[in-house]
Design a protein around this ligand. Structure first.
Ligand code: ZN
Length: 435
């Protein structure tokens, strides 16, 4: 099936418009809420009487049974793209609004329409199509929540083969750099005598000729100073075409690196990029770049040049365990194998199982709600959550959450949340709270 055939079928599915309401498998109920709260580590006592807003989607998730009713446009699009070879799926964007809390005994229904299918795009995980649906949840005639949901349906590219990777020379001048990447730090060499930063690293300061070498930890944010797209010849361990850029770091030095574009956007001069870390094996982690702004949480606290964590909310470090990933996937009624079966996750192009988007949604909202509670606003209610996923959260990693207050009034507080993992930004979210 070629692109034109895919898009012709997509046009038909879009023309179907909104589906008839599909009623949730179960009423809103306390046992499912308890399972969800336990999996998320959410001990807020209010969930003993109402459902967390982040559970809106949970009620109308399908069960483990793979059969789907005819007429679900998202499912029809998934099958269409499966047939065309785009067999893997990732949730990328989830933009929800909540009119009120759902209460036990209510049985919501969902209506869905396919909004758009855009592609094929070259992304960080492979070539794929972005599929966007609009969803509304209803209790009788009342719209209780809405969601714009975007997934990437893609052909996974082969994972990095360590035996195919060109290994950099690690010596006395560069060892500090690769010791940093292994820890999720982007380090810049610094002259301890005069303080000048320099890259690439070398033995002697070009300014004062001192040989006293130190380093600072960069924020990991930069902009594209210049770039090219490498088409030939083949580079071992790399997919072509390979965008390469000269990155101007926020700290003022420039570095050359490969740039991935998770959302398929083309590279441009001055475009913001942030560092990500590709663990090749136990001995080597490489730094590369992704388009879009990011903010590294890990900073050089011992140095005057260290970048401050700009967080109005207390940062939270959350260990990502297999138990969290699996129990939260099941508590959100998400039976996709990539969230519980490592072998199948690897087969589908991932390095391990990973957190599902409903869990990230729950953890981000819990982070903001816990903060509001701590600020003396125990009745604060999340009214909206717009969330974009980036780097996956795998077992053994740590999710570092920070939050800044974008705006605040008596009726509405808007908090921007960033969650990072060792390989980059896992989630950026804007959470709106009614205080
Ligand atoms: Zn110097």
């Amino acid at each position: 099936m070629d692109h034109d055939e895919i898009m012709a079928r997509v046009e038909e599915l879009i023309a179907v418009g909104e589906t008839a309401p599909r009623v949730a498998l179960d009423e809103v109920n306390l046992p499912m809420i308890r399972h969800w709260a336990e999996a998320m580590g959410d001990t807020n006592p209010r969930w003993e009487s109402v459902a967390p807003p982040a559970m809106a989607q949970v009620w109308t998730m399908y069960g483990l049974d793979p059969h789907r009713p005819a007429g679900d446009p998202l499912h029809a699009t998934m099958r269409l793209l499966d047939d065309a070879g785009y067999t893997s799926v990732l949730g990328t964007d989830c933009d929800q609004t909540y009119a009120r809390h759902l209460v036990p005994g209510e049985r919501p229904a969902i209506t869905t329409r396919l909004e758009s299918v855009v592609g094929p795009k070259q992304t960080g995980v492979g070539e794929g199509y972005f599929v966007t649906t609009q969803n509304t949840w209803w209790v009788a005639e009342e719209a209780v929540a809405t969601m714009t949901f975007r997934v990437l349906k893609f052909k996974p590219t082969a994972r990095v083969d360590p035996t195919q990777t060109v290994r950099p020379v690690v010596n006395r001048d560069t060892a500090f750099f690769f010791e940093g990447t292994a820890m999720g730090e982007l380090r810049i060499q610094k002259c301890n005598a005069c303080g000048v930063l320099r890259h690439p690293p070398g033995p002697v300061c070009p300014e004062c000729h001192a040989m006293d070498r130190g380093h600072v930890v960069a924020s990991g944010n930069g902009t594209v100073f210049s770039f090219l797209v490498h088409h030939a010849p083949q580079v071992p361990g790399k997919q072509l075409p390979l965008p390469l850029a000269l990155i101007e770091l926020a700290e003022g030095v420039r570095m050359v690196g490969a740039v991935r574009s998770p959302d398929g956007a083309a590279l441009a001069i001055d475009a913001p990029v942030h560092v990500v870390f590709d663990r090749i094996d136990d001995d080597l982690t490489l730094a590369s770049w992704e388009t879009g702004p990011g903010r590294r949480v890990r900073t050089d606290e011992g140095s005057e040049e260290g970048v401050e964590i700009n967080s109005d909310l207390p940062p939270v470090s959350l260990p990502i365990t297999p138990t969290l990933i699996v129990s939260a996937a099941l508590a959100t009624r998400d039976f996709q194998d990539v969230h519980h079966d490592r072998d199948l996750a690897v087969q589908r192009g991932s390095k391990d199982i990973f957190l599902n988007i409903l869990t990230t949604t729950g953890l981000v909202q819990k982070y903001v709600a816990d903060w509001a509670d701590h600020e003396g606003r125990p009745d604060a209610r999340v009214t909206a959550c717009a969330l974009r996923l980036g780097a996956p959260a795998h077992p053994g990693d740590t999710l570092e959450l920070t939050g800044t207050i974008a705006s605040g009034s008596d009726t509405e507080i808007v908090v921007d949340v960033i969650g990072t993992v060792s390989s980059g930004t896992h989630v950026t979210a804007r959470v709106t709270v009614q205080p």
